[in-house]
Design a protein around this ligand. Sequence first.
Ligand code: M6R
Length: 593
Amino acid sequence: MCGIVAYYGHQNGISISLKGLKRLEYRGYDSAGLAFLENNQINIIKNKGKIKDLIGLINGEQANIVISHTRWATHGQPNHINAHPHFSMDHSIAIVHNGIIENHADLKKELTEKYNYKFQSETDSEVIAHLIQFFYQGNFEEAFRKMLSKIEGAFGIVALHKKHNELICARKGSPLVLGLGENEYFIASDPSPFLDHTKNVIYLEEKQMAIISENHYEVKDFNGLNLDVEMEEIPFGIEAIQKQGFKHFMLKEINEQPNTIRDCFTGKLRNIEGIGIKLKTNIQRVVLVACGTSYHAALIGKYIIEKKSNIPVIVEHASEFRYRKPMLFPSDLVMAISQSGETADTLEAIRLAKKIGCNVAGIVNVTGSSIAKECGQGIYLHAGPEIGVASTKAFTSQVVALNLLNLFLNKNPYYQYEIAEELRKLPKIVEEFLKNEKVKEIAKKYFFAKHFLFLGRDINFPVALEGSLKLKEISYIPAEGYPAGEMKHGPIALIDSETPSIFILTKDEVYEKVISNMHEVKSRQGKIICICDHVNEEIEQLADDIIFVPKVIWELSPIINTIPLQLLAYYTADLNNREIDQPRNLAKSVTVE
Ligand code: M6R
């Protein structure tokens, strides 16, 4: 959940690291810091707050070897002491860490009680620095490896020793990527911090470490054996991680959707058998595991696959799935859905399914991510980097990918052809819709509301869930997503003349039913905003505001219906002056359980 940037080279690593940390701020932003080597001494500058606060503390310092960190607190409050980097007791070593050291309490007890070590912070991470000091007898790498053999949990770690012109890093469960420039090296949680320096990267695999020294790098396993690793080239440029004139990344990403939708299906429609999933067995069932927005996409997948391909689909919150006894069978196709590819619970769910021998695949955006690697097969979204914490373009691409999965499972060539044609038309339709200013107008009318309801039935129920999640996470306005037909079993008590209810309806078999639910709200003086592809007189009378969306086939309707909800959340949050790209308490990539 935290972001790491480290630099070794001939340029000023402090300014490079600070710029890099800004690009990783989506991973956490409650405190930040850096450590650098100068005349065989390590200096640390760190503070509570965002990177801009850290930049304010830099007084012209320059260094060629730097480690840095932006934090999302797990153990210990977001304050100066708990901010990374952490020193070893004798200040010879500094470390930055992303992940959780599960046995930190036992290790700390042993170091303090038996060896009189003194800890400064409340973090689980500090123990890493002390352990390296404990094992150090002149060989930094050896001490680092001994430390690795003691710690349990998830980590991406980078360490610096005052007597060694080296950076040593290791990965287990939290991503780390090496950037290979011209006589300079970078280590980061993702490639964005160094994209303007190099596109050549090595993604560290699980239980790999790297040692970087002047003009040299080595990748090893945790036993110290040298490994042959392949360099890859990042397929996108610096523009993919810049706002490009948009006020926020979220707005940029909403507007990228015509392209991201197209990029998800391009090259896959002609040969749906080749989408990237090989089944070991005939499958009896699909199990989709995911969290947050990706979970909502999975629910949409369930409606589509069950209705159109007659295959039972179970959708699971990955965090719940892991801790009960999931009934899995080798004939299941278990699919992880994840934008980041790093969500800890989703990753563990896939590991569990693999142990049981299920067919396993992923729908993932970030190439080379832990979930993508663990699944080993599946559909990449190719939506490009998603930086706004609120997921938008990844969601609509996930719905496209789930449609591709449905076509793969369906096998009917006529159906496959029909959906392929509709998919091809979709980017243009989305592009036209995005020119619509209506949602902005509606946001101006309701942005002060204290509470919102999002209501839909059938495939629009998960759309309602997604609309409410989007609104609450960036505007902090309480919002409830509910099946419209269930409202009278409880949430109807919330309706009053101040509460806007957003109905999402499509001209399908539940259209009339949803209109009846609108009556239930109207007769209690509730305000109604209606998102629909077909307006009749009844709706015109019932709704206070209507957002008309273009007609697309049922399977693709969640895409066109979600976009106005993304925009509504965005404008409502903006009118409330929220920090849209970095909402409070959240982080983009949830690599802790
Ligand atoms: O990277 P993932 O898709 O696995 O992330 C899952 C959730 O953490 C994520 O969708 C989260 O709910 C977003 N903030 C929603 O906008």
